[in-house]
Design a protein around this ligand. Structure first.
Ligand code: SAH
Ligand code: SF4
Ligand code: F3S
Length: 441
């Protein structure tokens, strides 16, 4: 039996898809790179905006068309929210929600036997079962989930409905999982949660981060996502003083206008956000800050938008994901007054993105060009298999050429000094620096 997993959405879904793959491997299934060969096609779905939500249906129907005998199981956030109606709309055989991964093997068996399965129950918050990650050869960068769900209910966001209440995973489970991944070759760990700063699993998040960074053999640890309202001085101190904690923070802004932040229910102001940026940069001078922005939230005026625009310009983010506000069923913003026409949202998005696109090369060149960066090698470069690809501590991808007959595979997992010689569309390019070059050659 062969399986194929298609994953939409955030790192949480990537993490969950990895767990499903591991469980299928243990059940004796074999992974196939071709959906037409699959006996089981899993679509792990995202509901955060309308577009990814709709792509689920087309992906599933497409597979039904090209591979009519495959069993199709839809998992993840859209499955949780829409259940049976989604299964019917997408011509699938089963749906499984976000809190059922611990019974995934049973769900698969039922689906393979030809039963229609709607598994969208939720678990009790006390005693919530997290599915453990398994070691994997060549898994240099691994995710570890520290928290599920979200209690913030930002007015636009469907995640608290799709993922349920926030539950923090036990410290001991997180440490054990991280240790086992490091023992099997991981050099970098990403701690995942919708709002890692509200972690309450026996330690504070900064304490947990410190503990993970102490694991022998672990080179780097990073985390995402940090909600600005809960970012503490303690976190900044731990980031600044703990070797191995990467100088990178994803700090979603959403809006630079206090009026809109208030409507969104984000719990911070523009001034507070800028204060955090200043404190982070003061304590960690080489930190990279990246963000998420929503334009066209209901009630956003042109002046509000310009507040966002100026804040993005002022901070000089090293990366930005920006989105047009998308109505999500059941959220508070759905029924708020002042929904904006598509063309206004589109125009604001385009202005924001083109401003950021035009400033980013300068930001990256000033900071990185001619410097020597510690690059953790993850594999061959995507475009050119003779070059190696890795990341800086600040999470930028670097492609670099290799001396002599070394192949990228030889260097996977090593941290090498790479001199940055060029920057093209957000990607850094370089060559091995001095002594490293001789050693690696
Ligand atoms: N927990 C994270 C965000 C998870 S969702 C946080 O609090 O930052 C990822 C991003 O999707 C959000 O940061 C937001 O920018 C965007 N997003 C969420 N809901 C959206 C909506 N209804 N319309 C447009 N963008 C949205
Ligand atoms: Fe959504 Fe807000 Fe929770 Fe992030 S913190 S997942 S934006 S509700
Ligand atoms: Fe999407 Fe669910 Fe993540 S809605 S962003 S996959 S938590």
């Amino acid at each position: 039996m062969k399986y194929f997993i298609r994953t939409f959405g955030c790192q949480m879904n990537v993490y969950d898809s990895e767990r499903m793959a591991e469980m299928l491997d243990r059940m004796g299934f074999e992974r196939t790179p071709d959906p037409r060969q699959a006996d089981l096609y899993v679509v792990n779905t995202c509901s955060v905006r309308e577009k990814p939500r709709n792509r689920v249906v087309s992906a599933s129907r497409h597979v039904r068309g090209v591979n009519p005998d495959a069993k199709i199981l839809i998992t993840g956030c859209v499955a949780q929210l829409e259940g049976q109606s989604l299964m019917e709309e997408a011509w699938a055989d089963g749906v499984m929600g976000t809190e059922m991964y611990h019974v995934f093997p049973d769900v698969v068996q039922d689906v393979m036997k030809g039963r229609t399965v709607v598994a969208t129950d939720t678990q009790d918050v006390s005693g919530y079962t997290f599915v453990k990650a398994a070691p994997r050869p060549q898994g240099i960068v691994r995710y570890v989930t520290i928290q599920k769900g979200c209690d913030n209910f930002c007015a636009y966001c469907v995640v608290p409905y799709a993922r349920g209440p926030e539950v923090s995973r036990e410290v001991s489970e997180i440490i054990e999982e991280s240790q086992s991944l490091v023992q099997s070759g991981a050099r970098e760990i990403w701690l995942l949660g919708q709002n890692v700063n509200s972690y309450r699993g026996g330690l504070t998040f900064p304490e947990l981060l410190y503990e993970v960074a102490q694991i022998p053999g672990l080179e780097r640890v990073r985390f995402t996502t940090s909600h600005p309202k809960d970012l503490s001085d303690e976190l900044i101190d731990v980031m600044a003083s703990t070797p191995g904690v990467c100088p990178w923070i994803h700090l979603p802004l959403q809006s630079g206008a206090n009026h809109v932040l208030d409507l969104m229910g984000r719990g911070y102001t523009r001034e507070h956000y800028l204060g955090l940026v200043a404190a982070l940069r003061d304590a960690i001078p080489d930190i990279s800050i990246t963000t998420d922005v929503i334009v066209g939230f209901p009630g956003e005026t042109e002046k509000d938008f310009l507040d966002t625009y100026s804040l993005v310009e002022e901070v000089g983010y090293e990366g930005m994901y920006s989105f047009k506000y998308s109505v999500r069923p059941g959220t508070r913003a759905e029924t708020m007054p002042g929904h904006l026409p598509e063309h206004v949202k589109q125009d604001r998005l385009q202005r924001l993105q083109s401003m950021h696109e035009s400033m980013l090369p300068d930001i990256l060149e000033r900071k990185y060009l001619g410097t020597v960066q510690k690059v953790l090698v993850e594999g061959p470069s995507v475009r050119n298999g003779e070059e190696a690809r890795g990341r800086t501590p600040t999470a930028h991808v670097v492609n670099f050429s290799l001396p002599g007959r070394r192949t990228p595979e030889d260097l996977v997992g090593m941290v090498l000094d790479v001199e940055i010689t060029e920057i093209r569309s957000h990607t850094l390019y370089g060559r091995l620096a001095g002594a490293e070059s001789r050693a690696a050659g």
